[in-house]
Design a protein around this ligand. Structure first.
Ligand code: SF4
Ligand code: SF4
Length: 637
């Protein structure tokens, strides 16, 4: 049973992102778009699954800006739409969004942004609320799974009341955990699209300032609406000794901390589901309960700063605020119940010692004795490991201290030992090629190092084409390496323009990376990274071909795609133990220490390497790694 189950009143166990997708369905969404990014991806994945049945248009767009543009087209034409992304994606979308907010829309449009406190699968942990406030978008923050569904539905209604975009901000723990959700009704009405050409949606022609003023008027109206929101409520004594203001994931941490400390009678909690603009009466009523206010939120001191500003204007000279700026909670990383308990206890002078960082370190050490330590690494048989190995070899042979500009995707593991620490810079989607384009023009300053930019197929389409054009046009001396593994592997194999399927599995035309590059006039070299000798030679040759922009496409499907298709190993691997000298061979376990494929294990008893048949994909890449030729691949007939 999926999120399209039509049983109003029934209770289902849903992941936060599934509940958001269900809320969109209950709101009668017609169009859903996204570029994949943890922790937001499951929303569009789930809507894609039911698209045919529910009459939706769902797409994995080329990037977040295009995703919002496609969703806006629907909202301008009378069809409710949702666009989902992670916090980094909001930066990409912001250019268009800042203008859309001025022109407005005519049907409900929800912008869902999944923030990643602790940067568990991100290159930063920025707080998307700051950007939403900067462009005057109302912010809703669900704290529970039920709220994920209900708030999404309500966000569409609010969006229509103000004819503008509404942001739903979630965090990893809300998006990815599961809880009970009571389902509502699914609408029977079908969406009809029509663009009213008598209307103009634009900011140019000297109207932007007037539109900006109108957006501020709308913000006042939203603040009024928020006064009666059921997502804002107070619990606790009438006059608590300590008042906690909280939102989103902070509310659950706070409630558990209060229960565990047994201080329900002395601490009050004002929970805000609508964090921007602030509902003045609600804030005033609750701030009047206590002069000591602790704010619990993830990631930045967004609510805390806005509350302080409110107090300066409306209730001066009275409150004392605690939170991130006072050092009672931290302005980075995830919060947890223990941290919240520590903050509360210190303000109430209770005898409670929060667990120290040393405790966490010690607990990890104890766990490590039972569970083998595992770092972020490339999978067994990953073609990226082979590409990095060949590139490392070619750069060493080239000897000019090559610089590698990395990008965002599985291949970002090139920063770590599992990708042989090859990457020197890594920032935002597409920035690898942009930085490389700049490095490739430094020859006039005596720069003589070769420059490579690494990207995957999905990132190539998302953000690498413009900097590639830049490099070609500026005649930058750069090698772009496209590691094409046939999907957006890091987030769950979502399709992109280089694949032949859409978001719901429907057939789509495939855009060829090589034809696109060739049409731009750049030389393209294609390699199969599993053919190690040919790949090493190709990398070396392309590096010598100095003075212009050129492309290497290293293509081999992701090892997990092969595994998902239940295709067995390519070859049967074994280690000839008489050839493997193990500890004595002088290689210092080159295969497991340096090459690090998880399919290679160290046999502590035999003091030799061996193949882990449970995970080895038989790609055969490690054959050339052993200086003793002890690793052997037998073809599977
Ligand atoms: S053949 Fe070698 S490199 Fe390939 S998965 Fe097996 S152990 Fe790893
Ligand atoms: S398989 Fe080869 S590289 Fe690995 S330990 Fe044995 S001799 Fe060394």
């Amino acid at each position: 049973m999926g999120i399209e189950i039509n049983k109003p009143g029934s209770m289902e166990l849903l992941m936060g992102n599934e509940a958001i997708a269900r809320g969109a369905l209950e709101a009668g969404v017609g169009v859903a778009t996204a570029y994949p990014g943890t922790p937001s991806s499951e929303i569009i994945t789930n809507l894609g699954k039911v698209a045919k049945k529910m009459g939706l248009y769902v797409e994995w767009s080329i990037n977040e800006k295009v995703a919002v543009e496609v969703a806006a087209a629907a909202a301008l034409s009378g069809v409710r739409s949702i666009s989902a992304m992670k916090q980094n994606g909001l930066n990409v979308a912001l250019d268009f969004l800042a203008n859309l907010v001025l022109s407005g829309i005519n049907k409900g449009m929800v912008l869902m942004v999944g923030d990643d406190p602790g940067a568990q699968s991100s290159s930063n942990e920025q707080d998307s609320r700051d950007l939403a406030k900067a462009i005057d978008i109302p912010i809703l923050e669900p704290a529970t799974f039920q709220e994920c569904k209900d708030m999404t539905k309500w966000a569409f209604e609010l969006s229509e009341v103000i004819s503008n975009v509404v942001m739903l901000r979630s965090v990893t723990r809300v998006s990815h955990a599961r809880g009970n959700v009571i389902l509502g009704e699914l609408p029977a009405e079908k969406n009809r699209a029509h663009f009213d050409t008598s209307k103009k949606y634009r900011g140019i022609g000297g109207v932007a300032a007037g539109l900006h003023q109108a957006v501020h008027e709308k913000s006042k109206k939203v603040a009024e609406i928020f006064e009666s929101s059921p997502f804002n409520f107070y619990s606790g004594p009438e006059k608590p000794g300590l008042l906690i203001f909280t939102c989103g994931s902070g509310w659950l941490y706070t409630m558990e901390a209060i229960r565990t400390l047994g201080i329900e009678g002395s601490v009050g909690v004002a929970k805000l589901g609508t964090t921007w603009p602030l509902p003045h009466k609600f804030i005033k009523t609750n701030l009047a309960r206590s002069e000591r206010v602790l704010v619990i939120e993830e990631v930045d001191s967004f609510l805390e700063t806005n509350l302080k500003e409110f107090v300066v204007d409306h209730m001066p000279g009275y409150h004392k605020f605690y939170g991130k700026t006072s050092g009672h909670t931290r302005p980075y990383g995830e919060l947890n119940v223990d941290m919240v308990m520590g903050a509360i206890a210190s303000l109430l002078s209770m005898e409670y010692v929060a667990l120290s960082p040393e405790y966490e370190k010690k607990s990890r050490e104890v766990a490590a004795a039972w569970v083998p330590p595992r770092t972020s690494q490339l999978c067994p048989g990953c073609p990226h490991r082979a590409t990095y190995w060949a590139m490392k070899d070619a750069l060493k042979k080239d000897g000019r201290d090559g610089v590698v500009a990395g990008d965002i995707g599985c291949y970002a593991m090139g920063v770590f030992p599992t990708g042989f620490s090859q990457i020197n810079t890594i920032h935002a989607m597409g920035s690898g090629m942009g930085v490389a384009s700049g490095l490739g023009k430094l020859d006039i300053f005596g720069f003589k190092q070769p420059v490579l930019a690494m990207t995957g197929d999905s990132t190539f389409f998302h953000a690498v084409v413009p900097p590639l054009l830049n490099a070609i046009h500026s005649e930058a001396d750069v090698v772009l390496v496209v590691m094409d593994n046939s999907g957006t592997a890091m987030t769950g194999f979502q399709p992109h323009p280089g694949t032949d399927k859409g978001a719901s599995g429907e057939a789509r035309p495939k855009v060829s990376v090589e034809k696109l590059c060739e049409s731009l006039g750049v030389p393209v070299t294609k390699v199969d990274p599993y053919d190690m000798a040919a790949t090493k030679k190709a990398f070396y040759d392309v590096l010598q071909d100095k003075g212009k922009t050129r492309v290497i496409i290293s293509r081999r499907e992701c090892a997990l795609i092969r595994a998902n298709m239940q295709l067995g190993p390519i070859a049967k691997m074994h280690i000839e133990s008489e050839k493997c000298f193990g500890d004595d061979c002088g290689c210092n376990r080159y295969c497991t220490r340096v090459f690090k494929c998880p399919g290679l294990m160290w046999d502590k008893e035999a003091h030799k390497a061996r193949i882990d048949e449970a995970v080895c994909t038989g790609c055969g890449v490690c054959v050339g790694v052993c200086p003793q030729s002890a690793i052997v691949a037998e073809a599977i007939k």
